[in-house]
Ligand binder design. Structure first.
Ligand code: PMP
Length: 361
């Protein structure tokens, strides 16, 4: 290799221009930045997992079809036998598979803004044009603008997170259906936060041939396993399977997820605890004079606060890590996002924030 060879000569300019997805170090912190479930599994279940892990044939490649895991998911999530399932190493990977599969030279991947940043980033990775349609000031869909953008760009795929990240709200379901009807391409409803939402488009899969539904186990307590799934008609899933790397779901993920899926009651109880903490935290934040709290159907809360950057830093100094969204999008000016933790973590967050705002710290 010539010594003078520089990455700039080889790497695509749009990749050179990217900033890598930042995961801040969190050792020793109260970690309320990444929408994880704060609760461990019960110790009996941990024991069962230890046994499964100990006897896993890790000298072999994993089952490429992951058929037993898919059967457990079908049962646990009540997925109709008419729909097929595609598995991803996290739902991130499913977004990437879909984007890769549709990335014809003039194709467009559309989402809303602000939304989950990986929609835009993955579009760049796979070299498909990205169009982000702004949400309204209250983070609801702007139906007129959205329908006009669909007509203009004719997107190959639209991603809508329901509830949306980082805003936490559910979009109006009737508007989403009109978007699906107006779209000549695929519409992927990303239900990553379904465990906390009490709402889903799952029952609509039969009615709309261009609708796909994405879920993940990450927010329900298994973020470390990396397992996402796409549910839809076999005509779509068959094509998307072609871009899936054969062994993308590790043997540990397959065996452990299957084991945990036999105990969905545990995950459901934890989700209920998170929802009740969400109610408490929203109410608490709502009592603070300068804070605007946005309603959430997810396991995090978005709020707007004066001097957001300083508050974020002051919390961090006190070992509480949340997410600073100030400066990431004009609609998110002054916004911070806190993930719901354990009652103890939430109390520490609320007390510290209260103390910072009343300047007694
Ligand atoms: N979709 C949305 C809306 C998300 O917020 C996230 C995680 N932040 C994901 C998908 C990806 O989740 P995972 O890859 O862990 O399944």
């Amino acid at each position: 290799m010539p010594n003078s060879l520089q990455p700039e000569q080889i790497i695509r300019p749009e990749i050179l221009a990217l900033t890598a997805y930042h995961v801040p170090p969190a050792a020793g912190m109260i970690k309320l930045d990444a929408m994880e479930n704060p609760y461990p599994l019960p110790s009996e279940l941990q024991e069962e997992i230890a046994q499964v892990a100990a006897s896993a044939p890790i000298n072999r490649y994993p089952d490429a079809s992951a058929a037993p895991l898919k059967a457990s998911l079908r049962k646990a999530l009540a997925i109709s036998s008419e729909m097929d399932i595609l598995l991803g190493n996290g739902s991130d990977e499913i977004i990437q598979m879909i984007a890769m599969a549709v990335a014809k030279p003039d194709a467009v991947l559309m989402s809303v803004e602000p939304a989950f940043v990986m929609f835009r980033m993955i579009a760049t990775f796979v070299n498909i044009q990205y169009v982000g349609v702004p949400l309204q000031q209250d983070f609801s869909l702007d139906e007129e603008v959205m329908l006009a953008a669909i007509e203009k760009h004719r997107p190959a795929v639209i991603f809508l997170a329901y509830p949306n990240n980082p805003t936490g709200n559910l979009f109006d379901a009737a508007t989403v259906l009109r978007i699906i009807e107006a779209s000549a391409g695929l519409v992927v409803i990303d239900e990553a936060y379904n465990a906390f939402a009490d709402a889903s488009f799952k029952d609509k899969l039969n009615d709309y041939p261009n609708l796909l539904l994405m879920r993940t186990l990450s927010k329900s307590g298994l973020a470390g396993l990396r397992l996402g799934l796409l549910i839809g008609r076999s005509a779509w899933i068959k094509q998307l399977e072609k871009v899936r790397l054969p062994y993308n779901i590790s043997i540990m993920t397959q065996l452990i997820a299957e084991k945990v899926l036999h105990h969905t009651g545990v995950l459901a109880e934890q989700a209920e605890a998170i929802k009740s903490e969400r109610t408490k935290m929203s109410a608490f934040l709502g009592t603070m004079p300068d804070i605007e709290v946005y309603p959430s159907k997810a396991n995090f809360i978005l709020f707007r606060i004066p001097a957001a950057g300083e508050i974020f830093q002051a919390l961090k100094q006190r070992k509480i890590l949340i997410k600073n969204l100030d400066g990431t999008h004009p609609l998110l000016k002054g916004c911070l996002r806190v993930t719901i933790g354990t009652p103890d973590e939430n109390t520490q967050f609320c007390n510290t924030l209260h103390a910072l705002l009343t300047e007694t710290v």
